[in-house]
Design a protein around this ligand. Structure first.
Ligand code: 2AM
Length: 483
């Protein structure tokens, strides 16, 4: 019979998704530019299900049932354009091309327009979960048309992770919406990782704990609010000992974090939308700072030193336990703020592009399969069920109470870290955001006055309506300029 779906690009992600589809009973046509990879896949895993090896794109297209559905898993950028274009030349109206790579959402929107003009569907699908998730059940964020989702959705939902029997896959919205949500997912992942790293650093420097000791503390966090994949793997990493030196593994890993770009894209888009995603931005910048070897060397050589105040932690079991609990609460509060900011960005992008993104559904499909999977995403889904138009996640009663409970701890941790020269950019930025967004008044009044003085940019008044300008270089009289 004809194949249910084709997979083009059989590097690890493509191969594992093809295997996942085959293991779920689909007949999968597979093709790779270099035929060796196709042969290897069939030799190693051909017995897991029904595969149809295809030497060429026309062979692949000929082997598929209609409407034909082809999942493209090649490098983002030029390779995706080349493969999508070759497929488009051989497909027929109504057929569906799925880009499962990490494309920029604007590229996805462009490709969708190009294919739509030829009667074809392009679906940009964000896929999270790494190699393991691709094989056993990832979180999948498909964009594209309703019509394409009707054919594609059931297959993707079946191979996705499931939590409480609910698939971690839903139709996100038209054109680039799926890749956009995946991008913000990755941005949130940057923030989450940075926050955990800051908690580790504070425990290490504040209490003098070793990496394995902190690993035990972090493992204990898995039973509470912080229960998540990232916390779980952090405990594993911190417990790991380097075989060669016998030292804790994190002590032999170079402290220069790399990035592939989705965090940067998230922040770039947030700047365009005017959404303050300070947790994600600080996490992205922290990676950049860590990798700025010449600047770090120059700062060390210049002797830029912290004049530290000393840690205010009673050297008793109770005092140390209280400090650990402060760090745990600071981490949770910062994390809630970082997620709140990310969901704010989703709302702004959805409004800007007319995508109608359901934020509760995004939280729901992130509960399993993906890197930020966590128990607390259930609470986010519930918050958006209570109020689908929720203006601010931390204004939801449950989250407002949770953050409120942690705020004293949060302030103590940021203050102590700052007094002792330990950088906590994401903790501090999240706390500053919290204080900014809840403030009854902000010094933005002074900014507006400054802008009016140097650029006649005008201002509004607190006591009456209208737009005003003061003649700063003249008699300082005020005129209403909107009348
Ligand atoms: P290859 O095995 O022939 O290199 C990840 O690099 C995947 O993308 C691989 O399957 C790779 O195929 C594929 N790929 C990269 N560039 C490509 C291109 N221009 N055309 C087709 N496949 C490409």
């Amino acid at each position: 019979g004809l194949a249910d779906i084709g997979v083009v690009g059989l590097a690890v992600m493509g191969s594992n998704l093809a295997r996942n589809l085959a293991r779920n009973g689909y007949t999968v046509a597979v093709h790779n530019r270099t035929p060796g990879r196709t042969r290897e896949l069939l030799a190693a895993h051909g017995d897991e299900g029904a595969f149809v090896a295809c030497a060429t794109v026309p062979d692949l297209v000929a082997s598929l049932a209609r409407p034909r559905t082809v999942l493209v898993m090649v490098k983002a950028g030029d390779a995706t354009d080349a493969v999508v274009e070759e497929l488009a030349r051989h497909l027929e109206p109504g057929d569906i091309v799925v880009d499962g790579g990490n494309a920029h959402f604007l590229d996805t929107a462009r490709r969708e327009r190009d294919l739509a003009a030829r009667g074809l569907h392009l679906v940009g699908a964000g896929i999270s979960g790494g190699e393991e998730g691709a094989l056993t059940g990832p979180s999948i964020m498909p964009g594209g048309s309703e019509e394409a989702y009707a054919t594609l959705g059931p297959m993707l939902e079946r191979i996705s992770a499931h939590v409480d029997g609910v698939p971690c896959c839903t139709h996100i919205g038209p054109d680039g919406a799926g890749h956009y949500v995946k991008m913000v997912h990755n941005g949130i992942e940057y923030a989450d990782m940075q926050l955990i790293a800051e908690a580790y650093d504070v425990l290490r420097q504040g209490l003098g704990l070793s990496a394995p000791e902190i690993g035990e503390v972090v493992a204990g966090w898995s039973t509470g609010d912080l229960d998540s994949y990232l916390v779980e793997i952090t405990a594993q990493v911190l417990a790991h000992v380097d075989a060669e030196t016998g030292r804790p593994f994190v002590d032999v890993v170079a402290d220069a974090a790399e990035q592939k770009g989705t965090g940067r894209w998230t922040v770039q888009s947030a700047l365009d939308l005017g959404v303050p995603v300070t947790g994600i931005a600080e996490a992205t910048f922290a990676r950049a700072l860590s990798g700025s070897a010449p600047q770090r060397a120059a700062a060390r050589e210049a002797g830029l030193a912290a004049r530290t105040a000393g840690w205010d932690v009673p050297d008793t079991p109770e005092g140390r336990a209280a400090f650990v609990e402060d760090v745990r609460r600071a981490l949770y509060a910062s994390k809630v703020v970082a997620y709140s900011q990310g969901f704010d960005q989703l709302a702004a992008a959805s409004a800007e592009h007319g995508w109608d993104i359901d934020r509760g559904a995004c939280a729901r499909i992130w509960r399993g399969g993906c890197i930020i999977r966590a128990r607390f995403l259930d609470r986010i889904t519930q918050a958006y069920e209570r109020d689908p138009e929720l203006e601010l996640l931390i204004a939801d009663p449950v989250f407002a109470a949770a953050v409120g409970d942690g705020v004293a701890s949060w302030r103590r941790v940021v203050a102590q870290a700052t007094l002792n020269g330990v950088p906590v950019p994401a903790f501090a930025a999240s706390l500053a955001y919290y204080d900014g967004v809840r403030a009854a008044s902000l010094p933005a009044s002074l900014i507006q006055a400054q802008r009016d003085l140097f650029g006649a940019h005008t201002y509004r008044r607190t006591d009456r309506p209208g737009v005003f300008h003061t003649e700063w270089s003249g008699d300082r009289s005020e005129t209403r300029v909107d009348a």
